[in-house]
Design a protein around this ligand. Structure first.
Ligand code: HJL
Ligand code: ZN
Length: 175
């Protein structure tokens, strides 16, 4: 049993989601994606392991992808091997739930999260999101089920939706 009260947990989640949102604001607005921010936290040591935002790294990169790639690169690894350096108790915070299909055909972030479970390494076991993905580019996002089926907890924390969506859609045509 976690000794923290539910309210303390939620406040902690919100503060990391706000940090993720501050990274999302650095993302260059684009009409064909969402500007998202992500933070990977070692909740045992209370340490930020990595951060990322949409298009931070070269190419058509997502926030969660940048977060994982940056952590891998710091350790001289490729992104697909990042599970080797993800500690137990790592939680991925992302302003928007991880993508499960990408219009570009690039590997979805749900798959990137799933492959952090590597050999004896448990990988990311918890993902905390600020909003569901709106159904603008792809149909209903079923990533949560894919993650849950692999034993990964996916939490949606409410309270920041309007700020998160305003930042996420900054590059979209206003109707
Ligand atoms: C999440 C991101 C990001 C999206 N979602 N969680 N993090 N950009 O950093 C989801 C959206 C895709 C489109 C276009 N956005 O981005 O579904 O071009 O951006 O691969 O499907 O796909 P590409
Ligand atoms: Zn993605």
């Amino acid at each position: 049993m976690d000794r923290k009260t539910d309210d303390e947990q939620i406040q902690r989640h919100l503060s990391y989601l706000r940090l993720a949102l501050s990274f999302a604001t650095k993302s260059p607005p684009k009409p064909t994606n969402y500007c998202v921010g992500a933070v990977l936290v070692d909740t045992v040591r209370n340490e930020i392991l990595s951060t990322g935002y949409t298009l931070e790294l070269e190419g058509n990169t997502h926030a969660e992808q940048c977060c994982l790639t940056k952590l891998a690169n710091k350790q001289g690894l490729q992104e697909e091997e990042v599970g080797k350096v993800i500690p137990e108790g790592a939680v991925l915070y992302t302003t928007m739930e991880p993508c499960w299909v990408r219009l570009s055909g690039n590997l979805p972030c749900v798959q990137r999260i799933l492959r952090t479970k590597l050999g004896e390494h448990a990988g990311i076991r918890t993902v905390v999101c600020g909003v569901r993905e709106p159904e603008k580019f792809v149909n209903e996002n079923h990533g949560r089920k894919l993650l849950n089926d692999a034993g990964i907890a996916v939490l949606y924390v409410s309270g920041l939706e309007s700020d998160i969506l305003a930042v996420a859609t900054a590059g979209h045509e206003k109707e």
